[in-house]
Ligand binder design. Structure first.
Ligand SMILES: [Zn+2]
Ligand SMILES: [Zn+2]
Length: 105
């Protein structure tokens, strides 16, 4: 289900209601411009973007930058039965694996 949106980013799957908002905004503070977040990382074959992240949170997640004692990672969960149908975008604490944020896709 391709999001209907005035966005010309070819790999954008971010629905309009999430397009102007950092997906990690509940986790620490945001800084920098919003960008399309490839999950997994583009360098690891990520082809679609399901959320937007601010530059600060993208750096924390993609590069493991530690901020206020917290290191983050993200993941798109796909249920085994539903081949390519993604279920949730989650952000976890790298140290404890705790899910800090889960967004239904
Ligand atoms: Zn977009
Ligand atoms: Zn942010």
């Amino acid at each position: 289900m391709k999001a209907r949106l005035d966005c010309d980013y070819v790999q954008c799957m971010v629905p309009p209601e999430r397009h102007q908002i950092c997906a990690a905004k509940q986790i620490g503070y945001c800084w920098g411009p919003l960008g399309h977040q490839h999950t997994p990382k583009r360098s690891q074959g990520g082809k679609a973007c399901w959320v937007m992240l601010c530059a600060g949170h993208a750096d924390m997640i993609d590069n493991g930058v530690k901020t206020a004692g917290l290191r983050l990672k993200d993941e798109v969960i796909v249920w085994p039965n539903d081949e390519d149908e993604p279920s949730n975008y989650v952000i976890r604490d790298r140290n404890t694996d705790e899910i800090l944020r889960s967004i239904e896709l």
